[in-house]
Design a protein around this ligand. Structure first.
Ligand code: NAD
Length: 475
């Protein structure tokens, strides 16, 4: 990436690429040093973005679906063509290894193509001699999209694509920790969509709050933490905004007595440690039947020892640093507290020396439900493992959480495992995998993990309102 690409990042408002009078620094977590600045969007600029999106909506929302699909596909192709630049931006701002940044973009493209293959055709509810009733899906208007820092491009595409395909226009705000690749997506969008259809603004948390209370925005599509999700819900009440809230998780994985430890170890490991453990639907708590507990621990440790942690721009790294200092300190504190309260380290990997925000891969045993590493979401490379004797206990512990994003059961008797998985109190229930997603499969949480779903037909329909067209026939 050239110096110019690293330094010049602009917002997209009403088809123009713009700066702001204030700026925010972006820090590379692999060096803990600032390396870029982005505009800090003013309230007036947000007003311009919302007004532009409202103006654009009158025409965009009325375009034939096929025309919107054509432009969405052109946007997806523009992202494909820009993969090198986008990936480099992601690695510098987010920390994940370059190959993983490319995978993030590839999967954003894969999921986006899935959305672009869907339809919103009217559904005929009644068609008789006297009445024709159709259920129609109409766009909402301006969608405010707010994203987290763990998968900047994936999360942004999961929002832009269904929103505009359904006929809405968008004002998108990335996390202040990872704004660069998303601003770049905004630039790409300007080459494809009419002005005002996709606006991307960068700024801090206050900008997010201005969006959620804005009367011109009809829906907030949010990915982030539970506490922010609750604030958004309260703030969105002003004009009864529609909401999709994809929040945190504290997913459990139950390993049954008939699981083959050697066969599942790698999958169990990555279920937790992908993206340095910064995955909402990561397997954060593992409950293992006592008969296979020692062997599962042994296989996990053996696998963990093969994994390389380091600067994501270096060849061959599997895991990068944690994305930001606040998260680094929080994960550290949670582990220290657990150790003080009696938890034991089953495995702790070496890490590169600072100043980068590198945390060791840490596997803890002898944990209790009262410890924060068990009770709360650990958004970092820490896994807890607890043995159980009775499956009913494991299921109860798995469900004893305020969260409900995903959960998994691992074993050889698939029907038995599926039966147990179906009793997990979570939006996703997986067997021998964790998480499992697809463009045609809705993804979302229950309880404290959120509202609504993304992906699949249901995910697209979240960006619409229902209109019932009821026609009296026959005089
Ligand atoms: P966060 O809630 O701190 O921030 C998310 C976004 O919200 C950022 O863009 C931030 O600027 C903005 N924001 C902050 N305060 C706001 C306010 N008052 N009003 C409006 N917007 C505001 O979350 P984070 O630390 O960026 O992300 C980590 C969390 O996201 C974890 O809990 C993780 O589990 C969750 N997450 C969930 C999913 C999912 O799909 N369920 C996916 C990825 C991450």
């Amino acid at each position: 990436m050239t110096a110019a690409q690293l330094s010049l990042h602009r917002m997209s408002i009403d088809g123009e690429l713009v700066t702001a009078s204030a700026t925010l620094e972006v820090i590379d977590p692999a060096t803990a040093a600032p390396f870029a600045t982005v505009p800090d969007c003013s309230r007036e600029q947000l007003e311009s973005a919302v007004k532009a999106a409202q103006r654009a909506f009158t025409k965009w929302g009325a375009e034939p679906f096929e025309e919107r699909r054509r432009l969405v596909n052109a946007f997806i192709e523009a992202v494909v063509a820009d993969v090198e630049t986008l990936a480099s931006l992601i690695t510098h701002e987010q920390g994940k290894p370059l190959a993983k940044a490319k995978s993030e973009i590839n999967s954003a493209v894969f999921f986006s193509r899935g959305y672009a293959a869907l339809d919103l055709a009217p559904q005929v509810l009644r068609d008789t001699a006297t009445q024709r009733v159709e259920l129609r899906r109409r766009p909402l208007g301006v969608v405010g999209a707010i994203t987290a820092w763990n998968y900047p491009v994936l999360l942004a595409m999961w929002k832009i694509v269904p929103a505009v395909l359904a006929g809405n226009t968008v004002v998108l705000k990335p996390s202040p920790y990872t704004p660069l690749a998303t601003l770049r997506l905004g630039e790409l969008a300007q080459k494809v969509f009419p002005r005002g259809v996709v606006n991307v603004v960068s700024g801090g948390n206050a900008l997010g709050a201005w969006m959620t209370e804005h009367p011109g925005i009809r829906k907030i599509a949010f990915t982030g933490s539970g506490p922010t999700g609750k604030r958004i819900m309260a703030s969105a009440a002003g004009n009864l905004k529609r909401l999709t809230l994809e929040l945190g998780g504290n997913d459990a994985g139950i390993v049954l007595a008939d699981a083959d430890p050697a066969k599942v170890a790698a999958d169990l490991f990555w279920a937790k440690f992908s993206n340095c453990g910064q995955v909402c639907a990561a397997l954060k708590r593992m409950y293992v039947h006592r008969s296979v507990y020692a062997k599962v621990c042994e296989e996990l440790v053996k696998f963990a020892a093969t994994v390389k942690i380091g600067n994501g721009m270096e060849e061959g790294m599997d895991i990068g640093p944690i994305q930001n200092k606040a998260q680094y300190d929080l994960v550290h504190a949670m582990v220290d507290e657990a150790l003080e309260a009696g938890a034991e380290v089953l495995y702790r990997s070496p890490v590169p020396a600072g100043p980068g925000l590198f945390l060791p891969i840490t596997i803890l045993t002898n944990v209790t439900p009262a410890m924060r590493v068990v009770k709360e979401e650990v958004f970092g490379p820490v896994l807890t493992i607890t043995p159980y004797d009775d499956e009913e206990d494991a299921l109860r512990w798995a469900n004893e959480t305020e969260y409900g994003l995903g959960g998994s059961v691992w074993g050889s008797d698939i029907e038995h495992a599926a039966g147990l998985a179906a009793r997990l109190d979570s939006g996703g229930a997986w067997v021998n995998q964790h998480p499992a997603m697809g463009p045609d499969i809705p993804f979302g949480g229950v309880k404290g993990s959120g509202l609504g779903v993304e992906l699949g037909q249901l995910g697209l329909e979240e960006y619409t309102s229902v209109q019932v067209l009821n026609v009296k026939l026959g005089g």
